[in-house]
Design a protein. Structure first.
Length: 170
């Protein structure tokens, strides 16, 4: 009888261990999305946990609390804010691929906000007699307005990630 109890406990423990290890393995092997996939489906992913891989293009020099990641084409980027287990990003990460787990967030720039921004840029442009910086801001504003018109929106969405954790990808 005692041997039967010990055997039963051993079987239960081995199932528990196998179940726990398969859970942690599946957590590690979660398939990472690309930045392109995230941007394509962003509206449905807001406030949801995502996992993606990107190349660190920039780390905020002042605080290290932000990093800009590029997709494999170098054309799409996504900002990651240091939250959760992330205390900050080291500058040494620049040029490296990292896998980020985080929550996708959205900031909406309203038409009114863009109008006010444009007025400030135009005033600055007049004061500086037209600068390259102002010209690029005006291009951004124009692109935002075009996107809003094409998509029938009264706002322009800026997506970013509240990063929970990251790891360097080999």
């Amino acid at each position: 009888m005692r041997n039967l109890v010990i055997l039963s406990l051993a079987i239960i423990m081995s199932f528990g261990t196998a179940f726990a290890s398969s859970n942690s393995a599946s957590e590690k092997s979660k398939v990472a999305s690309t930045i392109g996939e995230i941007m394509k489906n962003a509206e449905s992913l807001i406030d949801k946990e995502i996992v993606f891989i990107g190349m660190v293009q920039h780390v905020c020099a002042h605080s290290g609390r932000r990093a800009i990641l590029l997709d494999e084409t170098g054309k799409l980027s996504l900002r990651v804010e240091a939250k959760g287990e992330i205390n900050g990003f080291n500058r040494e990460l620049s040029g490296m691929d990292i896998r980020v787990k985080g929550i996708l967030k959205e900031r909406r720039l309203t038409s009114e906000f863009i109008d006010n921004w444009e007025a400030k840029v135009k005033a600055k442009q007049d004061a500086e007699e037209g600068g390259k910086h102002c010209a690029s801001e005006m291009t951004n504003i124009s692109q935002m307005r075009n996107w809003m018109k094409e998509n029938g929106k009264e706002f322009y969405s800026i997506y970013y990630v509240d990063g929970l954790s990251y790891e360097i990808v080999d």
